[in-house]
Design a protein around this ligand. Structure first.
Ligand SMILES: Nc1ncnc2c1ncn2[C@@H]1O[C@H](COP(=O)(O)OP(=O)(O)OP(=O)(O)O)[C@@H](O)[C@H]1O
Ligand SMILES: [Mg+2]
Length: 425
């Protein structure tokens, strides 16, 4: 092993740009990256308080400091910038790119080593598989600027998120489902993502929050639904994925105590208790996998927004498509000979697959892998191997680290192959 390889192993760095969260950090973190929200706050620097209190005037604030800057103002939503929609930043959205620059710089400087031999990280950044080329250019530019300012970036490369997952699991041929907060990427892979086969659904954990909010309203907790964070917490605590929705609802109605959804929100006096409506917790999990189930019609009729369609090239993909149909459609766009191999390994990653099965509920509730297996089986696709990645929220980041270690130092970035290291010095 050469000196360069040893260095790269030591200073591999991963960056996963998610719509809701930015996950980042060096190889030394081990299993889990550090996480901040993918957002920035632009304080009103003309405020008189700034002049009186003094201190550094920050144009964009990111990370755990944000709450300290929040002003008691109505225009909060205007000043809080969420730069991505479904994994994509608009090309000319200057404020959004400023936020991406700040979170990137925040992440790298936070892990600046003391080692005098440190010459910068080998950074692998992961973007949505539908990220356009200008995003690659901008992400490179941002790293170049940060390197000029800090000398923290020795080399940088960019890979699509599903590919990072396949790499982390050493599966060159597989289908990766990456379901985060904003969207779900269904990506057949044979060494590299098979572009023409990629399906992206405009649906993710955020949509499960939407139905959770409706359920909270129906159960008399309407005053709580304005805080997205709280709704998300409720969803993660009480949401269950049913083996079979109709069966689960029947069971939960017959045994309300066993399935009761009740808990106190930590650090507050608020207790949420769905009582005899506790069967509704199964709607939350089902919705993530199959929002076109008929039980959801009544919610749509009462005004709940449907997951939106998405246009990729000249194709329109319905946000309502169930996950098994989406897998089948993606695989069928691949060469027939390859199809059986693709079904053989289906990898699930992303926080929207992290659904838990509470002990004692295994007969009615399932994890994401079992749900997908059952859904495919129902459509006649058998003998599939569905693998739920460990800590699915972090598998993209882990793949970035593996990639940083694996790509040889002298392999330079190539725009045709979209591979290799980009270096600025
Ligand atoms: N235990 C859990 N049960 C259900 N949902 C969960 C759980 N843990 C996390 N989630 C959901 O996963 C989503 C976040 O996932 P992830 O971090 O993969 O998204 P992201 O990378 O920010 O977004 P995207 O990949 O869409 O750009 C949130 O909606 C969150 O509520
Ligand atoms: Mg993600």
């Amino acid at each position: 092993m050469g000196l360069i390889d040893a260095y790269r192993r030591k200073y591999a760095f991963g960056e996963d740009y998610g719509t809701s969260d930015y996950k980042f950090g060096p190889i030394t973190l081990g299993e889990r990256p550090e996480i901040i929200e993918n957002r920035g706050y632009m304080p009103d620097t003309s405020s008189i308080m700034y002049r009186i209190v003094g201190g550094e005037v920050k144009r964009v604030v990111v990370g755990p400091e944000i709450p300290l800057y929040l002003e008691a103002r109505e225009d909060l939503t205007e000043r809080m910038i969420y730069p991505m929609r479904n994994g994509v930043v608009d090309k000319d959205d200057k404020k959004a790119w400023d936020v991406i620059y700040e979170i990137t710089k925040y992440g790298l400087t936070r892990f600046k080593p003391r080692d005098p031999n440190f010459k910068g990280f080998y950074v692998t950044a992961a973007l949505s598989v539908i990220a356009p080329k200008y995003m690659y250019e901008k992400i490179f530019d941002i790293h170049e600027r940060i390197d000029e300012e800090t000398k923290l970036v020795k080399a940088v490369t960019i890979i699509p998120q599903p590919l990072a997952v396949a790499i982390a699991h050493k599966k060159p041929t597989c289908v990766v489902l990456e379901s985060g907060h904003g969207n779900t990427q269904i990506c057949p892979i044979s060494r590299y993502p098979i572009r023409r086969a990629i399906i992206t659904l405009n649906r993710g954990g955020g949509d499960a929050n939407v139905i959770t909010a409706e359920i909270l309203k129906d159960c008399g907790y309407g005053d709580l639904v304005h805080e997205e964070k709280l709704v998300r917490m409720v969803k993660e605590r009480i949401g269950l994925v049913p083996r079979n929705l109709d069966e689960a609802i029947k069971r939960a109605r017959n045994e309300p105590e066993r399935f009761r959804a009740a808990f106190k929100i930590p650090g507050t006096k608020i207790v949420i208790d769905l009582g005899e409506n506790s069967w509704m917790r199964f709607l939350i999990g089902e919705y993530a996998f199959n929002p076109s189930h008929e039980v959801f019609e009544s919610f749509f009729k009462r005004g709940m927004p449907r997951p939106k369609d998405v246009k990729i090239g000249d194709r329109i993909i319905s946000g309502m498509m169930d996950m098994a149909d989406a897998i089948i459609e993606a695989v069928q766009r691949c060469p027939v000979e390859l199809q059986p191999y693709l079904y053989r390994d289906i990898l699930l990653s992303g926080g929207n697959f992290a659904w838990k099965v509470p002990p004692g509920m295994e007969d009615v509730a399932v994890n994401a892998a079992e749900k997908i297996r059952l859904m495919l089986e129902e459509k006649g696709i058998e003998n599939v191997n569905v693998i739920l990645t460990k800590d699915p929220q972090y598998s993209v980041w882990r793949g970035c680290i593996v990639y940083s270690v694996a790509v040889p130092d002298d392999y330079e970035w190539n725009w045709d192959r979209m591979e290799g290291w980009m270096k600025f010095r």
